[in-house]
Design a protein around this ligand. Structure first.
Ligand code: HAM
Length: 427
């Protein structure tokens, strides 16, 4: 019996990896240009960490964690990155070393969700977390960086939703107001929402169930309950975005599925058809209380995370370009040995190269060269070796030239650096 991968967990094969690398390069560059430094935290954390930070009465903690029990310990595969980064921030007392920490991460996350297009059980997130900056300018700057990054990647039809949940006081008052509004409608709610009505009514605003959506349609807006300080903060964020020319919509129904948020909350969605119903490319917000709750000082925080699979689904697929690498095709016995010397020489000069060691006709070797996606083929025949020459064949331009063996590295480098001819099909 062939063994399959775990449901909702995907292999990323070499053919696809070029798109991943390209996206990861843009993400790292964007973050590093803005002063973030990378942090890597464990994939396994104490289950308690997620219960305390994400919240007990959330879908993630109630239903979606992969939990491992080992002796007395309960460990969970991280469903997201924020809690682990905050734990590391507290544990390493980073606040003692720098007033503001700007951290970024990239790695797999795990949630036992029902898999569908754009929703997996192992998925990749890239995110940032900022500690120590309470100002609304920080929020506006982060959202603007993300919009520009997504637009720069070629994504269109973006919707930038922002909201404020206020501080703990506002949330407590809103919770009561929402529960009071929904209690008389309890019979119209789904069974799940009826349970949430008492333990976490804000989560009903997240429900995808049409019955629940109809019931919350006329619910009071949290923005009406903001304290003057919360209001001033939110106004600061929207003013900042307006000044930067970043398009956004205020969306009072946006609550997101994690309980740790305070004040600013945002999500960027795409309406492109490729992505299906899982249209949130990224989401984030402030979580000013978490560091203290995890035993650290009273340090405000904000961050976001983006789903790499979703961004790749939304991006137009482009034919992979030929890589700047050489395939060395030997014809004949002497050439077989010479080919090994040639690849060694090319690699030592920094040119990626591989040699055929299986043998065959020129036609079959050129087919293999094509199959590797190489831009250049070095053809070595016994009679060419006799003359001290090799043939360089540009697999995109379909042109070839004989060059002296001694100039091989130089000429190969020149050929790989030259632009492929216009209109050439390199797919
Ligand atoms: P989140 O909204 O749960 O937030 O996840 C962020 C992004 O991860 C989503 O917008 C989506 O692109 C992607 N994502 C989430 N679940 C899945 C899944 N099952 N399959 C594929 N992609 C998925 C967070 O995780 C917060 N930690 C963000 C944050 C950072 N807030 C503050 N700091």
């Amino acid at each position: 019996m062939t063994l399959r991968a775990v449901k909702g967990m995907n292999d990323i094969l070499p053919d696809e990896i070029g798109r991943w690398h390209a996206l990861e390069t843009v993400l790292r560059r964007t973050f590093e240009l803005a002063g973030y430094r990378e942090i890597r935290t464990p994939v396994l954390e104490p289950t308690e960490l997620f219960v305390r930070s994400i919240g007990e009465a959330t879908e993630i903690v109630e239903k979606q964690m992969f939990i491992l029990k080992r002796e007395e310990e309960s460990l969970a595969l991280r469903p997201e990155g924020t809690a682990g980064v905050a734990r590391a921030y507290v544990a390493s007392a980073l606040h003692n070393r720098e007033p503001v920490s700007r951290l970024y991460y990239l790695g797999p996350m795990f949630r036992a969700e029902r898999p569908q297009r754009g929703r997996y059980r192992q998925f990749w997130q890239a995110g940032v977390e900022i500690y120590g900056d309470p100002g609304p300018g920080c929020d506006a700057e982060l959202i603007d960086m993300l919009v520009r990054m997504l637009t720069g990647l070629g994504l269109q039809n973006l919707r930038v939703l922002v909201n404020s949940l206020g501080g703990a006081d506002t949330r407590a008052r809103y919770r009561d107001a929402l529960a009071a509004y929904l209690r008389p409608k309890a019979a119209e709610l789904s069974e799940h929402a009826r349970r949430r009505l008492e333990d976490n009514p804000l989560r009903i605003l997240d429900s995808k169930n049409p019955q629940d959506q109809a019931a919350v349609a006329g619910a009071p807006s949290i923005l009406e309950l903001l304290t003057p300080e919360d209001r001033a903060h939110f106004d600061g964020v929207t003013r900042g975005l307006t000044a930067l020319g970043t398009p956004f919509e205020v969306s009072p129904g946006l609550v997101r599925g994690l309980d740790y948020y305070t004040r600013t909350l945002f999500e960027i969605q795409t309406s492109g058809a490729e992505i299906g119903s899982q249209n949130a490319l990224l989401g984030g917000g402030r979580y000013d209380a978490m560091v203290k709750e995890l035993g650290g000082p009273d340090v405000p925080a904000i961050g976001f995370a983006l789903g790499l699979e979703r961004v790749l689904l939304a991006l137009p697929a482009v034919a992979p370009a030929r890589e700047a690498r050489c395939f060395v095709a030997p014809l004949g016995e002497r050439a077989q040995v010479e080919a090994l010397l040639v690849v060694r020489e090319l690699r030592e000069a920094g040119i990626p190269a591989e040699a055929d060691t299986r043998g065959g006709s020129l036609k079959s070797l050129l087919r293999r060269a094509d199959g590797t996606g190489s831009r250049l083929c070095v053809v070595l025949g016994d009679d060419e070796i006799e003359r001290g020459a090799v043939t360089l064949k540009d697999l995109v331009a379909r042109a070839q030239v004989e060059v002296p063996r001694a100039e091989l590295v130089l000429r190969a480098r020149e050929a790989l650096a030259s632009a492929p001819p216009a209109g050439s099909s390199d797919a």
